[in-house]
Design a protein around this ligand. Structure first.
Ligand code: FAD
Length: 389
């Protein structure tokens, strides 16, 4: 087999890049380790920056998102059970779109099928070779047979635990990491969201977030010990704890119900440099991880795809390699700004295990300063709606 661009990983970044390149006449093959059903059932991100929204439209997959997604013009921040609103639209002229990653992935798979895009699922033992040569290739097994595909470029869209990043030699790769000393216990419930917009709450008992997927599907999180057992958190215990941490009037109108999904996620900031080595480009979680507090994970994957797509299109359509030369530098410049924002917002909103009363008061003072200052809200909003590409 031969293709121009072999993409490892059929999550949102791999599918989106494949779709964008195909529309420019550039041939791709996507190799995905899991089954399609498994990929489509993963519940993850839900807030899209406007740049992501526009990139999905450009890829021809915006129609359902535009019909069923929920534009949000602001968000609520809360401290000590009292909330205030940051108005994205008034401060930046921009907004975000609430539309689940599960739906984005389903739309991308449907679009790939409609264009006869090649996505090979359940590909085992995917291994890239000769990445520092002009003739890279990738091998894998499926149904007991070994396969090989030759290509011009390999794009690592295979997430944090993928094979692409470890293919860069240790002498070249640098990794930067912060692991936060807590996790998020999240539930999905078929109940109406407590508010039209998200509520991020700082509370001495720990952080809480009220989010949503649609009018009858809510996503709620509370900060927990990352080593907690799910069995220790009955639905009742979860709802009681959430109510303690959010503003009183929100707690009063909160509609509770059985959870249809419950999980504990660790929080981590991680960046790998460089994002290009030879004929390999990394996109999305393969190169970086952010804590979910700033809603940046999926959006950073989209901005990497934007840079990789334009770089590859320039290479194939204009014979201009500058975009590829600058890919790592351009992508990392935006990645580090999102890493900083997610770190700042996580640090501001969570209770750390060794946090003193002094540090709790400093957090509350910073939130009060944010409440009082349009300038400070504008900086927060610019980062939340997404920095320009
Ligand atoms: C539990 C959880 C909750 C999250 N919640 C949020 C949130 O609320 N907000 C937010 O913004 N972000 C969130 N994120 C992050 C967001 O989901 C990711 O940033 C986003 O999925 C990145 O997309 P990606 O395509 O780069 O990677 P992924 O979605 O991880 O996709 C990578 C794909 O590669 C495949 N793969 C892996 N290894 C191989 C291999 N060796 N060979 C072939 N295929 C392989 C995987 O099966 C997967 O399909 C969350 C992530 C997790 C794990």
């Amino acid at each position: 087999m031969r293709t121009q661009v072999c993409i490892i990983g059929g999550g949102p970044s791999g599918l989106l890049l494949s779709q964008l390149l195909h529309r420019k006449g550039i041939d791709t093959v996507v190799l995905e380790r899991r089954s399609r059903d498994y990929v489509l059932s993963r519940i993850r991100a839900g807030v899209l920056e406007w740049g992501t929204v526009e990139l999905l439209r450009e890829a021809g997959v915006g129609a359902r998102m535009d019909r069923e997604g929920f534009p949000h013009e602001g968000t609520y921040l809360a401290l000590q059970n009292r909330g205030f609103r940051v108005d994205f639209k008034a401060t930046t002229g921009k907004q975000v779109m609430v539309y689940g990653q599960t739906e984005v992935t389903a739309d991308l798979y449907a679009a790939r099928d409609a264009m006869d895009g090649v996505v090979i699922d359940e590909a085992e033992g995917v291994t890239p070779h000769a990445l520092d040569s002009d003739a890279p290739f990738v091998t894998w097994h499926k149904d007991g047979t070994e396969h090989r595909i030759d290509c011009d470029f390999v794009i690592g869209c295979d997430g944090f635990h993928g094979i692409s990043r470890p293919s860069i030699p240790n002498s070249v790769l640098r990794e930067f990491e912060r692991v936060y000393p807590f996790g998020w216990l999240g539930i999905l419930s078929e109940t109406p969201p407590v508010d039209d917009e998200l509520i991020y709450a700082n509370h001495p008992r720990g952080f809480a977030l009220c989010s949503m997927r649609n009018e009858n599907l809510s996503r709620y999180y509370i900060q927990c010990d990352v080593n907690d057992s799910l069995d220790a958190w009955s639905d009742r215990a979860f709802w009681d704890e959430l109510k303690r941490r959010i503003p009183g009037e929100a707690a009063e109108r909160l509609v509770t119900g059985p959870s249809i999904e419950k999980s504990i996620a660790p929080l981590r900031s991680f960046v790998a440099e460089p994002m290009r080595w030879g004929r390999l480009l990394l996109c999305g979680d393969a190169a970086h991880i952010v804590p979910p507090t700033g809603a940046k994970g999926l959006n950073l994957a989209a901005s990497d795809v934007h840079y990789a797509y334009h770089a590859l299109a320039r290479h194939y359509l204009d014979g201009d390699g500058e975009g590829l030369e600058r890919y790592s530098e351009q992508a990392l410049s935006r990645v580090w700004k999102a890493i900083r924002f997610s770190w700042w917002f996580t640090t501001l909103m969570h209770r750390f295990p060794d946090q003193t009363e002094f540090e709790q008061r400093i957090q509350e003072a910073e939130l009060e300063a944010l409440e009082a200052s349009t300038a400070a809200q504008t900086v927060m909003a610019e980062n939340y709606v997404g920095l320009p590409y």
